[in-house]
Design a protein around this ligand. Structure first.
Ligand SMILES: C=C(O[C@@H]1C=C(C(=O)O)C=C[C@H]1O)C(=O)O
Length: 355
């Protein structure tokens, strides 16, 4: 046995002990997390961390190793915090937007007993999933009327989060006013421009001034706070309840099947589902995309959807998104995915879900 082998043998034995100790430490960390959860305490305790580092590094025999040890124990504590986040936030769900927005409504319907956390931007919600601030994020993926929400796909391509399920929310717009107001009292109508467009047939019958607002929920909040009976908002029924408004006219959108598809995004791919989504790039050469499609066809899978989106860091180059019908764990599916992976770049399975 040469010197390298001998040293590695020692490392192997130490790693066994460290692994066992790591498990024991994390078990104790679990108890800390449960205590903090019950007592509404913050996970990060800087004084305690400073104490842990100080108390241990002072006893180090090898002076040279002290800075490395500090780095090491800090990393251990960072891992411990991330684990505690996952315990404390296991029933917290994130969405983008304000209370009463359709994303909020979808999250509430999906997780009626969960805690909610809202983010100003989609990217914030995705990062919240990655760092275990929230268990999952509910993000709008596509609207039957206005089309795809491309930004979400870009985030799924960029970050290592995955679609775990999908949820279709019927979007019903309503005219909301102050209690006691009637359709004849209304002079101005506030809402998001798309919502106003969706209700043109109804609005044609009136001479209302139509005023675009940042989003439907904020428009409702504004009308409620204005205390002005001549103002109304176009928004959901849930928003009326939230801001104490009355429904003056119900379900006023022209298209009666206006639906938004939401994706529930988390950190791990589910065990199985009857659909999956992949993303990839191919070389800028003739037939490269066709090759991937032929692989899917050769294995007999049904490709339900294909989209291309521009790559943010390479002008006029694109990545592709594909939805395929089939079970992720099937052997045939695994072989097909392996072949696709070998014939493309940046290949990722970004979702496994039921449809
Ligand atoms: C485990 C705790 O939570 C965090 C993690 C620490 C650790 O892993 O040692 C120390 C302090 C906290 O920032 C704790 O408060 O004791």
């Amino acid at each position: 046995m040469n010197q390298l082998d001998k040293a590695r043998e020692k490392i192997n034995a130490i790693d066994v002990q460290m692994r066992e100790l790591f498990e024991q430490r994390m078990k104790a960390v679990e108890e800390v997390a449960e205590y903090k959860l019950k007592n509404n305490m913050k996970i990060f305790d800087p004084d305690r961390e400073a104490e842990v580092i100080e108390k241990n590094s002072i006893k180090m025999q090898n002076e040279k190793l002290k800075p490395y040890y500090r780095e090491y124990i800090q990393a251990v504590m960072d891992i411990s915090k991330s684990y505690q986040e996952s315990i404390v936030n296991c029933d917290t769900y994130g969405y983008q937007g304000v209370l009463g927005a359709f994303s909020h409504i979808a999250t509430q319907r999906l997780f009626p007993h969960g805690k909610m956390k809202n983010y100003a931007a989609f990217e914030g919600a995705v990062k919240g999933v990655l760092n275990h601030e929230i268990a999952k994020a509910v993000l709008p993926f596509e609207n039957s009327y206005t089309g795809e929400v491309g930004e979400i796909l870009d985030l799924l391509f960029k970050y290592d989060v995955v679609i775990q399920s999908i949820y279709d929310l019927k979007i019903n717009q309503n005219l909301l006013g102050l209690k006691g107001a009637t359709l004849c009292d209304i002079k101005q109508v506030y809402s998001k421009d798309q919502a106003i467009n969706q209700c043109q047939d109804f609005l044609k019958n009136f001479d209302y001034e139509l005023i675009p607002y940042a989003n439907t929920a904020l428009a409702a909040k504004f009308v409620s706070e204005s205390q002005d009976k001549s103002k109304a908002a176009i928004a959901s029924i849930e928003t009326a309840e939230l801001y104490g408004l009355e429904v003056l006219a119900e379900n006023i959108n022209t298209s009666k099947d206006n639906t938004t598809r939401f994706v529930v995004v988390g950190n791990e791919l589910p065990e199985d589902g009857n659909h999956l989504s992949i993303v990839f790039t191919v070389h800028h050469e003739s037939g490269q995309l066709a090759k991937i499609m032929q692989i899917v066809a050769k294995y007999g899978f049904n490709m339900e959807n294909i989209k291309s989106r521009s790559l943010k860091d390479a002008s006029w180059q694109y990545y592709f998104y594909m939805e395929i019908e089939g079970h992720y764990r099937d052997e045939k599916m695994q072989s097909m995915l392996e072949e696709c992976r070998n014939s493309s770049s940046n290949f990722k399975v970004i979702g496994v879900y039921n449809h």
